[in-house]
Design a protein around this ligand. Structure first.
Ligand code: AMP
Ligand code: ZN
Length: 170
């Protein structure tokens, strides 16, 4: 007699398959599994975009790897839409990168539907600046294109502060 499959196991397996495809990792890490579960439940409740949109990743992109937890970073903040971490070569006492989880190449290639997430990155920068008590003067910077110094082609917002920032920037 065929044994009935447990619906729980079936659900778990299908979620893992989905996450494997979404994250590009053969063994998704526990926190990615847990984050995706919370996300899916929240998104189902409020009817917002499916998590495939949030987790879409570009193979070989260092910031996608950092977001997925496959490369190390010093986390400052994270939620279902953005991840913020310390810049590896800080140019000021506070130098945090705020990165949308969606792989957007740069501002030139941002689509109208990316407006909300780009604005949201700025609000997260303001929140971090408030927490770091650098509200007397900080700067948010989006480098666009190689001549601006953009070196990572996954859109990111720099938050710089904690020292006097000269103008015009170099
Ligand atoms: P941009 O030059 O505007 O593309 O900014 C890229 C920033 O990413 C630079 O300030 C780098 O120092 C920083 N960066 C590059 N790789 C890493 C990494 N693995 N972890 C943290 N920051 C990084
Ligand atoms: Zn990326």
């Amino acid at each position: 007699m065929a044994r009935a499959r447990s619906p729980w196991k079936k659900r778990t397996a299908s979620r893992e398959c989905e996450l494997e495809a979404l994250s590009g990792a053969s063994e998704p890490r526990a926190e990615i599994l847990s984050e995706a579960k919370d996300l899916r439940e929240r998104r189902a409740r409020d009817g917002s975009a499916p998590i495939a949109v949030v987790f879409q990743a570009m193979p070989g992109c260092i910031f996608c790897r950092i977001i997925r937890g496959e490369s190390p970073s010093k986390k400052v903040y994270g939620d279902d839409r953005v991840y913020a971490f310390e810049d590896i070569r800080p140019q000021a006492p506070t130098h945090v990168l705020i990165v949308p989880k969606k792989h957007i190449v740069d501002l030139k290639q941002a689509a109208p539907e990316d407006a909300e997430i780009i604005g949201y990155c700025h609000l997260i920068a303001a929140k971090i600046a408030r927490e770091r008590k650098i509200e007397d003067g900080y700067r948010t910077v989006l480098n666009v294109g190689p001549k601006s110094g953009q070196s990572i082609f996954h859109l990111h917002l720099h938050l710089l502060g904690g020292r006097v920032l000269r103008w015009p920037p170099g």
